[in-house]
Design a protein around this ligand. Sequence first.
Ligand SMILES: Cc1cc2nc3c(=O)[nH]c(=O)nc-3n(C[C@H](O)[C@H](O)[C@H](O)COP(=O)(O)O)c2cc1C
Length: 217
Amino acid sequence: MKKEFMNCPSCFEGQEMYGFDWKEHVVAIPAPLVVVTSYKENGKTNATMQSWLTFSNSDGFYCIFADVNKYGHMYSTIKEKKSLVINFPSADVYMKCHATIYNNEYEDDEIQMAGLTVEKASMVDAPRIKECFLNLECEYAWEKELTPDSYHIVMCVKVVNVVMDEEYYNEQMKGRYGETGYLYNIHSPRNPESGKEENTCVGIIKKYATYDELSNK
Ligand SMILES: Cc1cc2nc3c(=O)[nH]c(=O)nc-3n(C[C@H](O)[C@H](O)[C@H](O)COP(=O)(O)O)c2cc1C
């Protein structure tokens, strides 16, 4: 039976939401896990985990970051350099990518300190993470405040170069999906009737059926 939730369920009262809206925890829609890399003013690398993002395809290939902290280093470095790389980790390197959030000082070379390797981008002034199977080199396009006076903004960037390991675009080799491919953020799902919280998890995508197979099921 479908249930409607217009107001914050009372069982969520007193639960730590870490600044997220309660609806986020009810729906817990998975989103891609990426690391955004850029250069700081001092030439050191900046690395920021991001997961609230999607892509637009009609008039060029653009990434829309839905929720960028205006007071973080990702925002300030991209505004300064107008350049960034979106790096896609597979599960074997994910924990190193995640560790970038613990080395976040101005003097930190964040990619190197996480035990990852810097590669120079071909088309933009930003570092790539060598161990990530896909790197999207991007240029800043525009931004908009999510709501007036919000400290998070929606940012659009244009993808100008796609750098992908051949083992991943060949579906007969590792491929893009399954245990070796794209990772998704399954962010703290909660039951709006009991208040029960599940741990945040790293998810993978499994192919289920082609359209033909699905219509014959
Ligand atoms: C899985 C994961 C996803 C995240 N997604 C976002 C996001 O979409 N937007 C955001 O502003 N911060 C996000 N963060 C938090 C930033 O990665 C974190 O605050 C980081 O330290 C900011 O670094 P910076 O100051 O170098 O930009 C995420 C963190 C994790 C672990």
